[in-house]
Design a protein around this ligand. Structure first.
Ligand SMILES: [Zn+2]
Ligand SMILES: [Zn+2]
Length: 104
């Protein structure tokens, strides 16, 4: 809750442009600048399993690597951020660590 610095009246929020407005003297304050840190950080979903992870407890599958042609890869499932999207299956070649996903 914010107050006008001159007349100490509670500022009213204007829905249209997220500006706080004093109904008495017309003072305005931009609300957007105070909310900057709320922005979400986007993370690339292919980096979830990193080489530095160390623990290779993932199941393996017979599948051909699209990069080096090796026929064994580990796989895991990952739910993307929006809940209405289907779960994506990821593969990673155990030889060259090439990672790809399966949309099927
Ligand atoms: Zn005021
Ligand atoms: Zn490979």
């Amino acid at each position: 809750m914010q107050f006008c610095p001159t007349c100490e009246v509670r500022l009213k929020k204007s829905e249209a442009n997220s500006v706080l407005n004093c109904p008495k003297c017309g003072y305005t304050e931009n609300e957007a600048k105070t909310q900057k840190k709320v922005e979400e950080t986007t993370k690339p979903d292919l980096n979830v399993l990193d080489e530095s992870d160390g623990k290779e407890t993932l199941p393996t599958i017979q599948i051909e690597c699209g990069k080096c042609g090796h026929n064994q890869a580990v796989w895991w499932m990952l739910q993307t951020r929006s809940a209405d999207e289907p779960t994506t299956q990821f593969y990673r070649c155990i030889k060259c660590s090439y990672t790809w996903r399966n949309y099927a």
